[in-house]
Design a protein around this ligand. Structure first.
Ligand code: GLN
Length: 578
């Protein structure tokens, strides 16, 4: 096993995950099998209980693991399927060490950070790195380890120590490190001192980076590279300049231009790895397709404008997989994606009284967009605004995509407007907690009283229902498939008692779970695109393979749905000229 450690210095949040995933993609294009482990030094066992407004989206895996959003980057860039064990937190490590101690595994010894906690971390990495993650079902050749935060953080210390031990236990050519640093610009001058300090501190912790990746707004000046190389005692070619790119999908291309492939090949002696010719060929194909798809992004002029009506808009990463899926779909449709973020609360009548300008601006964004998306969410705040947006989309025949909460919202709206079900019933238990009849009810088995890891989670099947061959969504998934698998994360569901009433008025439940009791997909027949899904298709969307509900939605918003379903090529229009 070869390890590529990606660590950070100076400040976090400058794109370590993107650099790590891009390096992984480059390895993959060589035909190598690549896995990844993300280390998050916080004490939460997983990201499931963390507020998206603070930490960004909670990413969900096939096995139901609720993990850091960086795992989404790896799955998307590398087209792999990770497990909950690929996200290591201090909480998971502590739980394991304490469980072992209680069992008496340490035979009376004093249990300490070094060697017991560090040993547990190292053993975890070595074990999980070997798990197959792609369709070869074989052990990966390289494992990327991303260490969250920056080196020097107190909670990260056990991990740094464990990684120094891992490095010591590996052959020199089996361990490589890229340290990601940040170059601030002060009075027009690129400053290298923070990078010099960061390299000093990573070295004094016992790790020796092979490459220094410098994040900066603009290209690095030659003098800056020279200075970093001299003061950090590396050669100039080991200093990578990772400037801001129009799209993060172009970072692999930027890194490839700076010779990252030969640098990794020589440091990790990748020539000694046997690569199956079929994988080599596949790798080359991935690279060509990736470049074709991402390099022309700046040249797309025709816009598709989407209103994303959400409730966690303070943190740009709250809807990361949703926005990525919209991008994947827009790239396929050769359209430039513009997302209008609309705070659902601003659409509510009360906002009109307190702040009419914001209210009208929000409604302007919704009513002028080509498509309306209501994503997942928790709790009642903002839901009346979302219901208003769903109502607008349905009545004005605007493409609508409801994800999880967004599907429940669409059902509530339909129940109120089309079935005349009174408002207290046409709502969700989640919004008012009243112990009465509701259109959206709770699933008792997923309400055990504790919050961590208890929702209906992970990859589960949805079965298409009889007489739904007319469905536009089904056409995209492929009519020959009787069922699909997507990832879930919810505690509430549509009340089976209301199904007939809703269907009689035209809201069709085209997909249900294998018991037939749980509603998974809704669609309106006489509408350009009105789809709601109880699952989260965004977790399985890939750059080269956009998620179907998102693809249909964007294609409908761009007026291209027919072309997409018929698999016709879409020629981008440049300034109105084909
Ligand atoms: N809060 C809703 C539920 O638990 C929707 C969840 C979601 O959107 N992820 O069912």
């Amino acid at each position: 096993m070869k390890y590529l450690l990606v660590s950070g210095g100076v400040i976090s949040g400058v794109g370590k995950g993107i650099i790590a995933s891009s390096a992984g993609l480059l390895l993959k294009t060589m035909g190598l099998k690549v896995s990844s482990i993300k280390i998050d030094p916080y004490i939460n066992v997983d990201a499931g209980t963390m507020n998206p407004r603070e930490h960004g989206e909670v990413y969900v895996l096939d096995d139901g693991g609720e993990v850091d959003l960086d795992l989404g980057n790896y799955e998307r860039y590398l087209n792999i399927t990770l497990t909950r064990e690929n996200n290591i937190t201090l909480g998971k490590i502590f739980s394991k060490v304490i469980e072992q101690e209680r069992r008496g595994d340490y035979l009376g010894k004093t249990v300490q950070v070094v060697p017991h906690v560090t040993g547990c971390i190292e053993e975890w990495i070595v074990r999980v790195a070997k798990l197959p993650v792609d369709d070869t079902k074989e052990e990966p050749d390289v494992c990327i380890i991303e260490l969250g935060g920056t080196i020097g953080d107190i909670e990260g210390m056990p991990f740094v120590e464990a990684l120094t031990e891992l490095r010591r236990n590996c052959r020199r050519e089996d361990f490589m490190q890229i340290h990601v640093s940040y170059i601030p610009v002060v009075h027009g001058e690129q400053k290298t001192k923070p990078t010099q300090m960061a390299i000093k501190s990573v070295r004094s912790a016992g790790l020796i980076p092979d490459l220094i990746a410098c994040r900066c707004e603009h290209p690095l000046e030659k003098a800056t590279t020279d200075k970093i190389a001299r003061f950090c005692q590396v050669s100039n070619e080991h200093v990578l300049a990772v400037r801001d790119m129009p799209s993060t999908y172009q970072v692999p291309i930027l890194l490839s231009e700076q010779n990252l492939v030969p640098l990794m090949t020589s440091t990790l002696q990748l020539k000694e790895v046997t690569i199956a010719p079929a994988l080599q060929e596949k790798g080359m194909h991935i690279w060509n397709t990736w470049r074709d798809l991402t390099m022309g992004l700046q040249n797309l002029h025709e816009v598709v404008e989407i209103a994303l009506v959400g409730k966690y808009l303070e943190q740009p990463d709250s809807y990361l997989s949703v926005t990525k899926s919209l991008q994947h779909a827009a790239m396929r449709c050769k359209r430039k994606l513009v997302i209008k973020y609309v705070d659902a609360e601003h659409l509510e009548k009360s906002a009109n009284k307190t702040d009419p300008a914001t209210f009208f601006k929000a409604w302007h964004d919704v009513s002028t967009a080509s498509g309306i998306l209501v994503p997942g969410g928790f709790g009642g705040r903002g839901t009346e605004g979302m219901i208003g947006a769903a109502n607008w989309a349905r009545e004005n025949k605007k493409p609508y995509l409801g994800i999880c909460l967004g599907m429940q919202i669409a059902v509530i709206e339909f129940a109120r407007t089309m079935c005349n079900i009174p408002t207290p019933q046409a709502s969700s238990f989640e919004f008012d907690d009243a112990d009465e009849d509701r259109v959206i009810i709770s699933m008792p088995e997923h309400h055990p009283g504790v919050l961590g890891g208890t929702m209906r989670l992970g990859r589960r099947p949805t079965l298409w229902q009889p007489n739904t061959e007319w469905s536009k969504l089904r056409a995209l998934y492929g009519l020959q498939n009787e069922s699909i698998d997507e990832r879930h994360r919810h505690r509430y569901e549509v009340n089976p008692k209301y199904i007939d009433q809703l269907q009689d008025q035209g809201l069709t439940f085209i997909g249900k779970d294998e018991t037939g009791v749980r509603m998974e997909v809704i669609e309106l027949k006489d509408h350009p695109w009105f789809v709601g899904v109880q699952f989260h298709p965004e977790y399985l969307s890939r750059v080269l393979e956009p998620s179907k509900p998102y693809l249909g939605f964007i294609a409908a918003a761009a007026g291209l749905l027919g072309k997409i379903t018929k698999n016709e090529a879409i020629v981008p229009q440049v300034n109105g000229v084909v």
